[in-house]
Design a protein around this ligand. Structure first.
Ligand SMILES: Cc1cc2nc3c(=O)[nH]c(=O)nc-3n(C[C@H](O)[C@H](O)[C@H](O)COP(=O)(O)OP(=O)(O)OC[C@H]3O[C@@H](n4cnc5c(N)ncnc54)[C@H](O)[C@@H]3O)c2cc1C
Length: 481
């Protein structure tokens, strides 16, 4: 049994099913996908991604690749450039697929950028395999070793050491801010390096028609393997899970405590209770009557746009969020799918997906500040807005209980919790109760749509099930509903 049908729950179920087990997924919501869904949240015909919008991790994931999801209807849309980072009073910085073209736009830092990113982009496939538990010899071991050490640094210190100019520093800071960490904290540089390298190696694409298409493809794949999915099935306690040889929970530690706390030994329970959640997201979906009127028209070449200006400004904003404040000029992550995928809106109309970071559980309305930040780089944006729909941390958590306080990564991704989530154990997917597993983004390698947490949790369960076929564990469970 798998509880929860986010990308990790579905990945776990698929891996179990393709190894010959009989699998069912229980999902609380009315439809599967978790934070990988799409809906008409503003106006009829406008398809918005309710959670994840840009999917470099999905296309790089060795597990998803092994499923050939294109067979189940996924078509990846690649905008000409993965990312634009506009700056006031100068040309936009573009992260292009080509390392050289990107470097050419960074002026004096072009060479430094190539030195920093080339080894990572060249070895990205091997790094992705490493994250999936399949280590391989890198092509450039020495350069990669140096990159690994750099990744452990705070983004601000790496950006200042590596680059002299503001353009490369701003680009790096925007990518590093995906960590939800203050940019003075380790290992925020890891996110700057990884997202940049992904842009060059695989692009930052998205599924045609909405992120939900990817979830639907995963469900089709599961069903093709004989797996079942039951929606509208919230699991409140272990007793509600039908009898099974193993139960994998696509939930975060706080929920696992609520569901199975009584069965867990005190030490593990205390470790789960100490688990730290990070800042939340404040999200706005816009329906527009035309494309965003960017001051620098080249922003329209990119699917994703980072709005936050210089490194110093982005770092100050993220610092403020970490301290419990709400920046006047928040760092805004924006996706403009319909420029490249007209199927997501009525003809000539457009959608915008945008969010910024806020303190965990914040109730502050950031809609106006997000709009001002867009308007700053695209004067006239407001006049294009037909309607908008905002969702703060409480709204996000109401729709999906895994988004605790609005945290979209299933917990802080700092050095203390990156690899030892949700607790310090040799096998972080197992729990001290035999047959009970956790498979959400609160396990390594953490947040994002890649399915690797689910895949690795399933591998852990398969090891146990194969090792003890006859005395297979039966997690405590009562009658099915
Ligand atoms: C606003 C936002 C933007 C994001 N942007 C990106 C992005 O651009 N790119 C990217 O790669 N990632 C992005 N992410 C992160 C990514 O979506 C998540 O990391 C990923 O979905 C985690 O997958 P999961 O399976 O661990 O959990 P989830 O996707 O959260 O799924 C958990 C599922 O479990 C169900 N569930 C929970 N409790 C129970 C219960 N007791 N009983 C039954 N069912 C239960 C929930 O209803 C949900 O369906 C974003 C997330 C959000 C919210």
């Amino acid at each position: 049994m798998v509880v929860g049908s986010g990308p990790n729950g579905l990945a776990a179920a698929i891996e179990l099913a393709r190894n010959g087990l009989s699998v069912a997924v229980l999902e609380a919501a009315g439809e599967p996908g978790g934070a990988l869904r799409s809906a008409e949240t503003t106006l009829p015909g406008f398809v918005h991604d309710v959670g994840s919008a840009i999917h470099p991790l999905a296309v790089a994931s060795p597990f998803f690749r092994s499923l050939s999801l294109e067979r189940y209807g996924v078509r990846w849309v690649h905008p000409p450039a993965p990312l634009a980072h506009p700056l006031e009073g100068e040309e936009v910085v573009l992260l292009e697929r080509s390392l050289e073209e990107t470097a050419a736009g960074l002026g004096e830092d072009g060479e430094a950028y190539l030195r920093l990113m080339s080894p990572l982009a060249a070895d990205l496939e091997r790094l992705a395999n490493l994250a999936a538990g399949r280590p391989a010899l890198p092509r450039h071991p020495a350069a990669l070793g140096a990159s690994a050490l750099r990744a452990l640094r705070p983004a601000v210190s790496l950006a200042r050491a590596a680059f002299r100019g503001g353009r490369a520093r701003a680009l790096f800071a925007g990518n590093a801010a995906h960590s939800f960490l203050p940019l003075e904290r380790r290992p925020s540089a890891l996110f700057g390096l990884a997202l940049g390298a992904l842009g060059h190696a695989v692009g930052w694409p998205f599924p045609e028609g909405g992120a939900g298409r990817l979830a639907r493809a995963l469900v089709s794949c599961l069903r093709a393997l004989g797996g079942e999915l039951l929606t509208g099935f919230p699991v409140g306690s272990l007793e509600e899970v039908p009898p099974a040889r193993a139960v994998l929970f696509d939930v975060t530690p706080r929920q696992l405590l609520r569901i199975a706390g009584e069965r867990l030994p005190g030490r593990y329970r205390r470790a789960l209770a100490r688990y730290r959640y990070g800042p939340g997201a404040f999200k706005v979906d816009f329906a527009l009557d035309g494309p965003i009127p960017w001051a620098d028209g080249r922003c329209a070449r990119a699917g994703t746009v980072h709005l936050g200006g210089a490194l110093e400004e982005i770092a100050a904003g993220e610092r403020e969020v970490w301290r419990g404040g709400h920046p006047e000029r928040p760092f805004v992550l924006l996706a403009q799918h319909t420029l490249f995928d007209p199927s997501r809106a009525p003809e000539g109309r457009h959608t915008v997906w945008a969010y910024c970071h806020v303190p965990n559980g914040s109730t502050f309305d950031m809609t106006g500040r997000i709009e001002r930040q867009i308007e700053r780089f695209a004067p006239g944006f407001r006049e294009r807005v037909l309607t908008r729909r905002s969702a703060g941390p409480a709204d996000l958590e109401r729709e999906n209980p895994n988004l605790v306080g609005g945290d979209i990564n299933g917990g802080v991704m700092d050095l203390g919790q990156l690899l030892t989530r949700p607790a310090r154990r040799l096998d972080p997917y197992s729990t001290p109760v035999r047959g009970l597993y956790i498979c959400s983004s609160s396990t390594p390698p953490g947040g994002g749509v890649h399915g690797l947490c689910g895949y690795l949790a399933a591998r852990s369960a398969l090891r146990l099930l194969r090792g003890s076929r006859r005395s297979a564990p039966r997690p405590p469970a009562a009658r099915p509903r």
